[in-house]
Design a protein around this ligand. Sequence first.
Ligand code: HEC
Ligand code: HEC
Length: 299
Amino acid sequence: MLAKTLNGEIESVETDRKPCGSVLLFLIFTMLFANAAVSQEDPGQKVFETKCYSCHNIGGGNKQGPDLTGLTDRRTREWIEEFTTSPTAMKAKDADAAALFKEFSPEIMPDQSLTPEELDSIINLIKTLSAKKEMFTPSGAKLSRAIRPGDVREGWRYFTGQKRFQNGGVSCSSCHSIDSFGSLGGGTLGPNLTAANIKYRDPELILILQNPNFPTMTEMFRDHKLTDEEIVQVFAYLRNSREVNPHAKSVQTTASGQIEPKFLIAGFVITLLSLFGLNLIWRNRQSGVREDMVRRSKI
Ligand code: HEC
Ligand code: HEC
């Protein structure tokens, strides 16, 4: 029954432990997230995304313009309407608007032509997200297809580097670990991702896979973007790893019982390189001190 209503979004959970608890948890989470996905289809979503999102976040911090979370608590609808229609005209006569211009100078918000319906839809979106303390995520952050059985395993192969990313991206495990790797762990440059699916909502996690907004990752993946297929599969794996690791560190088995040699070698090389780097830095420092001492001893 459940299987049908979920449109085949059920995964084969790969674990040696009794699967019932995990499967049940997984079903519950899938249903929760399915609901979250529906509430994303807000009419204000599209207007905000195309007309305001380039300069404004809701809940994600200031961009060129201020974060609009809680806007309706600090401004009336009339104020918002007047301001969006002509920010500059508003600046001339309203102290709050003038203060905003000063704070965000030299940025100047261009006049916006919105129908009353569009403005209302944006205001509603801001209200809803602010009340739920949620962040606006652009609707581009969607999977290109539904998750199918088998995606988790393929995602795991990408994650560990068993399967190469089509555009040459570095495997995630060179920098990240997931608890089901066992005591060996993965890389430690990035955070452990076992609970990434709790920290981030689905669209946020998808957005990270599409466009990682963390300096190290942005650099690594700028010219090596994951394909839509790869995103679906890695996402499926990240989501699943949380479900099969409800007690995080107590799980010691690897996802498939094998250790990836390439990944061991990569870890070894990275360690060597960093030791080498440290050594260089240290030598420079030592010779700096020595020179200093030599100079002083000559006085
Ligand atoms: C090109 C950038 C840009 C775009 C696009 C833009 N804004 Fe702004 N917005 C700003 C800036 C900058 C400010 C701060 C005032 C200033 O310096 O102009 C601002 C301020 C605001 C404020 C006042 C916020 C507060 O805390 O009181 C509101 C409301 C607002 N914008 C709504 C919108 C809406 C709605 C849209 C889309 C229809 C939009 N803005 C599009 C740049 C932009
Ligand atoms: C070159 C190293 C590197 C690679 C390769 C890499 N990441 Fe990251 N990643 C990082 C770092 C460093 C951070 C933390 C950035 C920060 O917190 O500022 C991060 C953050 C993340 C986060 C957010 C975690 C959190 O707790 O906030 C996710 C999710 C993530 N990476 C997923 C991936 C996935 C999936 C892959 C493989 C497709 C990958 N990363 C490949 C270095 C890397």
